[in-house]
Design a protein around this ligand. Structure first.
Ligand SMILES: NC(=O)c1ccc[n+]([C@@H]2O[C@H](COP(=O)([O-])OP(=O)(O)OC[C@H]3O[C@@H](n4cnc5c(N)ncnc54)[C@H](O)[C@@H]3O)[C@@H](O)[C@H]2O)c1
Length: 316
């Protein structure tokens, strides 16, 4: 059994991950500030889906507070830290780049320092497919070169570098996982699938930015599987893609939605700045290193997501 801190554990990915880790009998401690990037009520609801979580396993703290972060981590003395807390979202990062320097870089440095000072033996860092910039796939890990197109991606790329620095300073294992467009129940409300579902359930028109865009949509359970396997089966520091390996075009996505919402109305707009044209993960490194392979087809994943959305419309 491992003692694990999950930063950002009230978020979309973090709440699913916490449930899984607790079911596998690990001790989970969540640190989250309930940042208002999207509804705090929704984050509380996500927390409440972690049935086994007790109140004393949740710590409300902004990781930008360096001293408190270090002292909390020292008092917990975790075996592993899974650092998911960040300001996500490409579009917002173009409006507010400096916030990403704070939440995605500075907070990560604090977490890395806290890992070192609390003798954690490993940290898993949530990076993103956006670090590949506008390159054609399949995207292999060594293809990221810093030539990115949004402040969000620049912050993630920089935070990855700090992970390497602190591995050298403290000697813990760093596992940098690059997630590819995650969806599923509780999908983030600012992501395409989340926005579309909200509008479809109200029978409103969907605005499609860039019909030629392609995304490697990855179901949440597969992402959680990838994190879990890297936590328990990988014993070296690595940078690894966690995706589905199957790129889906936005037009295909809308065709799938038509099965559930035949009356769908679509308005097409051109792509937004900062959005890469396509993502397509090469996932062979994760397969070879720790046996990761996605299990959920896009059709099945979308069916589960639509079902969840119908039952939870109030939270969309
Ligand atoms: N969802 C995706 O498709 C996707 C893709 C690639 C990478 N990622 C990365 O995975 C991680 C989790 O993403 P998510 O979709 O679950 O996002 P999310 O916004 O649902 O979760 C992030 C959580 O971090 C918390 N947080 C933010 N700043 C904090 C701070 N300074 N101190 C304490 N808590 C803080 C927020 O309150 C939130 O609950 C992020 O790092 C994100 O960049 C997500």
């Amino acid at each position: 059994m491992l003692k694990i801190i999950i930063t950002g554990g009230a978020g979309f990915i973090g709440s699913h991950l916490a449930r899984r880790l607790m079911l596998e009998n690990h001790e989970v401690l969540i640190v989250d500030s309930l940042h208002p990037y999207y509804s705090i009520e929704r984050k509380r609801q996500q927390l409440s889906t972690i049935d086994l979580l007790r109140n004393d396993q949740f710590f409300s703290l902004d990781l930008l507070n360096r001293e408190e972060t270090i002292s909390l981590f020292q008092s917990i003395s975790p075996d592993a830290v899974i650092h998911l807390a960040a300001l996500p979202g490409v579009a917002y990062s173009i409006e507010r780049p400096l916030e990403y320097v704070d939440y995605d870089i500075k907070a990560t440095i604090n977490v890395l320092e806290a890992c070192g000072q609390s003798n954690a033996s490993q940290i898993i860092f949530a990076s993103s497919s956006s670090v590949y910039g506008n390159q054609e796939g399949p995207l292999k890990e060594e293809m990221a070169n810093g030539n990115v197109i949004s402040p969000y991606a620049a912050s993630k790329y920089s935070a990855e570098s700090f992970c390497h620095v602190y591995r050298h300073l403290y000697g813990f294992e760093t596992k940098v996982l690059r997630f590819f467009t995650v969806y599923g129940p509780w999908v983030r409300p600012d992501m395409a699938i989340g926005i579309f579902l909200k509008r479809l359930l109200k029978n409103q028109e969907i605005i499609l930015f860039g019909e030629d865009r392609v995304r490697d949509f990855t179901f949440i359970d597969d992402i959680v599987d990838g994190i879990y396997l890297s936590l328990t089966q990988l014993h070296t520091s690595e940078v690894i893609n966690i995706g589905s390996g199957k790129p889906i075009s936005m037009l295909f996505l809308l065709d799938e939605f038509k099965k559930y919402f035949p009356e769908i109305k679509i308005r097409k707009e051109k792509s937004r700045t900062g959005d890469v044209l396509q993502t397509w993960a090469d996932i062979r490194k994760a397969r070879d290193l720790f046996g990761y392979w996605p299990k959920i087809s896009f059709e099945r994943g979308l069916a589960e997501t639509v079902k969840w959305a119908r039952e939870n419309e109030a939270f969309l």
